[in-house]
Design a protein. Structure first.
Length: 566
């Protein structure tokens, strides 16, 4: 918005819209009796709102946001190709009766091309979408997504019976997050929504808090996706939880986080965590700078400084956009933890973590636990995984990383989730049927059935597949893979990172440490949404690492001596 107000349109880039939304728009256009609305791309799902936390990494994040916010450079307009972040609309000329005369394919293609998000759409891709909408997808339970009659001789398109109803009731670009509606009894008013997992785990008689009122659960209706409640009259409640995909940190904000880390470190070149005191001249100067530039109080500024100083003492440097550090240490179970400190944002780090995990799987024949956050990634190693630590930066190459990442993504939960979302948006899976909402568990079953029909190798027994999984050339599969690689992750950003490390533009350091550094605490304590495998929280090897907020003076002195030797 700042770019629009100031006329700086070079910073505002409108991305290509998803092809599954185009399929939805074609159905709506052919089934419409009025002027058609074409090429409407989905809007952002939300913003990344974070507050100052107890962890040092959270403090640095919040400090940087406060420091960079006024100049408008926290995040520029999203320019990812195919990202659902821009609304563009094309209008057709009035037509008399599309149901009788039908739409000419060439005219419809020209209409779609007029919309900016589909300016690069090729006729081959357009025809493949028409084939999918005309022929549908044959599965065990029948044919999915056949909404058009296509006259190939005359080049005409007409909507099938039920296409208009499907577009009206199941259309939209916002993914379905499987929320249960909370309905108050006896008046039947809607109170709000809760997460599916919370609803399924709840029992009759449980008290939960929604808004500022306690509610007693009377019944959980899984078939209709409703939780019936009544007023609990102030009884002590439990707090419900919601799970969802949060946006990763933007490239611009990640760059500023690295710059802030570097600036704090350069202000304190000779400051050691041993005998650290806010009365030291360099520390007092840095505290004053953080208070003036970032609006922190004394306690917050000292916390940010101490976080940087303690982490630097163990690693010998500070992770930034130009310095990537690999750290390895033993855990309490006798294994090792590999932490790569790379503050490039969650999208790049997830791609790096998945690809690296796949490379370890092929090289050592072991499935490893891994996690990725905005500030780095963690891989749990066993005794069998012994290698020079510096080699980890050469396991992946920019020229060959994409096929490895594609194979890794097919085995990850993100592929199944994105498949269901895109199938919903393409109307291959209906959200409402027979006047009722399709339950979440039924949608997942139909999604698996649809995937087995379109992409058999993805649902097949992997023991019967030799070599890599072959990805079919299907418009829905292509869109899902594009979403996974460019929206959930950033494959181009990963390639750029690998090229930078190979050319020496990005400095790489490999450090075997006696204790986990302060920078690694956030990654080791990452929440389940950061996991790149399906191991539950109680089975994470990273939880077997003993971490201390303040290291003993003897350990700090030993670490500082090792840093001086390095």
């Amino acid at each position: 918005m700042r770019a629009i107000r100031h006329g700086d349109l070079d910073r505002l880039m409108i991305p290509d819209a998803p092809l599954d939304v185009l399929a939805q728009q074609i159905v709506a256009t052919c089934a419409s009796q009025d002027d058609a609305h074409v090429a409407r791309a989905p809007r952002p799902r939300g913003f990344d709102e974070r507050a100052l936390g107890a962890e040092g990494s959270s403090s640095i994040f919040a400090v940087n946001a406060a420091n960079r916010g006024p100049d408008g450079t926290v995040a520029l307009a999203d320019s990812r190709a195919g990202a659902p972040s821009t609304l563009a609309q094309g209008r057709s000329a009035p037509h008399s009766d599309p149901q009788a005369e039908g739409w000419d394919e060439n005219e419809l293609f020209a209409l779609v091309k007029r919309a900016y998000p589909y300016r690069n759409l090729t006729r081959e891709t357009f025809d493949s979408i028409l084939d999918m909408l005309a022929e549908g997808i044959t599965a065990r339970r029948g044919r999915y997504g056949a909404y058009l009659h296509r006259d190939r001789v005359n080049g005409k398109l007409r909507a099938r019976r039920g296409a208009r109803l499907a577009a009206i009731t199941s259309g939209g670009a916002i993914p379905d997050n499987s929320l249960y509606t909370v309905v108050a009894q006896p008046d039947g008013g809607m109170v709000g929504t809760v997460d599916e997992d919370f609803a399924v785990e709840s029992n009759r008689g449980d008290i939960m808090l929604l808004g500022n009122t306690s509610w007693m659960i009377r019944r959980v209706e899984t078939n209709s996706g409703r939780v019936l409640v009544e007023d609990a009259h102030g009884a002590p409640p439990t707090v419900p939880f919601w799970r969802g995909e949060a946006p990763a940190r933007t490239e611009e904000l990640s760059e500023h986080v690295g710059m802030l880390r570097q600036e704090i470190s350069e202000m304190l070149p000779h400051t050691s965590p041993v005998g650290f005191s806010a009365t030291q001249p360099d520390v007092a100067s840095a505290v004053a700078w953080l208070k003036n530039e970032c609006g922190l109080d004394d306690s917050g500024a000292e916390q940010a400084i101490e976080y940087i100083v303690q982490g630097r003492a163990v690693l010998g440097a500070v992770p930034t956009q130009t310095t990537v550090i690999a750290e390895r240490f033993f855990d309490e179970g006798g294994g090792m933890q590999l932490v790569i400190h790379a503050p490039f944002g969650g999208r790049i780090n997830k791609a790096w973590g998945l690809a690296l995990r796949k490379r370890f799987c092929r090289g050592f024949n072991f499935e490893l636990q891994a996690a990725a956050t905005d500030n780095g990634l963690n891989i749990a190693l066993a005794e069998q995984h012994s290698f020079p630590l510096g080699d980890v930066f050469h396991f992946l190459q920019a020229e060959t990383v994409q096929p490895i990442l594609e194979q890794a993504a097919l085995d990850s939960p993100v592929f199944g989730t994105r498949w269901r979302w895109d199938a919903n948006r393409a109307l291959a899976l209906l959200r409402f049927q027979g006047g009722k909402k399709v339950p979440a568990q039924i949608q997942r079953m139909r999604s698996d059935d649809l995937l087995a029909s379109v992409f058999p190798e993805a649902a097949a027994c992997q023991e019967n597949i030799v070599g890599d999984i072959r990805i079919p050339d299907h418009p829905l599969v292509n869109e899902v893979m594009k979403d996974v690689l460019t929206e959930a992750m950033d494959v181009e950003g990963l390639k750029s990172l690998l090229r930078g490390m190979a050319s020496g533009q990005i400095r790489v350091l490999a450090v075997d440490t006696p204790v986990p550094s302060q920078f690694s605490h956030e990654i080791l304590n990452a929440n389940p949404y950061a996991y790149l495998d399906d191991a539950p929280l109680e089975e994470r090897r990273a939880r077997a690492v003993e971490m201390r907020r303040m290291l003993p003076a003897s350990v700090l002195e030993e670490v500082c001596m090792m840093c001086c030797i390095r």
